[in-house]
Design a protein around this ligand. Structure first.
Ligand SMILES: Nc1ncnc2c1ncn2[C@@H]1O[C@H](COP(=O)(O)OP(=O)(O)OP(=O)(O)O)[C@@H](O)[C@H]1O
Ligand SMILES: [Mg+2]
Length: 157
């Protein structure tokens, strides 16, 4: 599924729709250059998920954990500063997936240690206000997630 966003709020709203649908164990992988809108999308995802916390870029801390009143967790990982896949393995993304939903920025940098089943989002800077997002589903869970998202946005599946 391809989606063109013309405003940061539009990107956030799309993220919110996705965040509402996420369950414990879901993995969303974000790929895209600096400023392509990854963190903006995550802000929406976290609010849809139900986190009252403000989302900031975890660039200097690798992982931000957002709590939810019902005890579920939302993990926001930024792989930009990881030196190697071994370091990524130490993060224990599998362990995070047991406790909540996980979104990874710069996922392409640690692809080798990520579960093969995921929702992959490739984000691209088009111009000052426009971002292109390409959604690809790997695995049945993500195919139905993407079908539902498409249905919500366009009213068709
Ligand atoms: N349609 C749009 N969607 C998302 N962001 C947009 C859009 N138009 C403009 N922007 C701006 O682009 C910037 C995107 O920054 P953001 O931090 O989300 O990118 P990023 O991909 O996370 O970058 P980094 O790789 O540095 O973490 C923000 O300043 C945002 O306001
Ligand atoms: Mg970012």
């Amino acid at each position: 599924m391809e989606f063109i966003s013309r405003h940061p709020d539009q990107t956030r709203r799309l993220g919110t729709r996705l965040g509402l649908m996420l369950q414990v164990g879901d993995l969303v992988c974000l790929e895209g250059e600096l400023g392509s809108g990854k963190t903006t999308l995550v802000q929406g995802i976290a609010s849809g998920w139900g986190s009252p916390d403000l989302v900031t870029s975890p660039t200097f801390v690798l992982v931000n954990v957002y709590r939810h009143p019902q005890g579920r967790r939302f993990f926001h990982v930024d792989a930009y500063r990881l030196a190697n896949p071994g370091e990524a393995e130490d993060l224990d993304i599998i362990g995070m997936l047991e406790q909540g939903a996980v979104v990874v920025e710069w996922a392409d940098r640690i692809r080798s240690i990520l579960p093969a089943q995921n929702l992959w989002v490739k984000m691209r800077w088009v111009d000052e206000d426009q971002r292109d997002m390409l959604f690809r589903a790997y695995g049945d869970r993500y195919l139905s997630l993407l079908a539902e998202l498409r249905h919500q946005i366009y009213g068709v599946s």
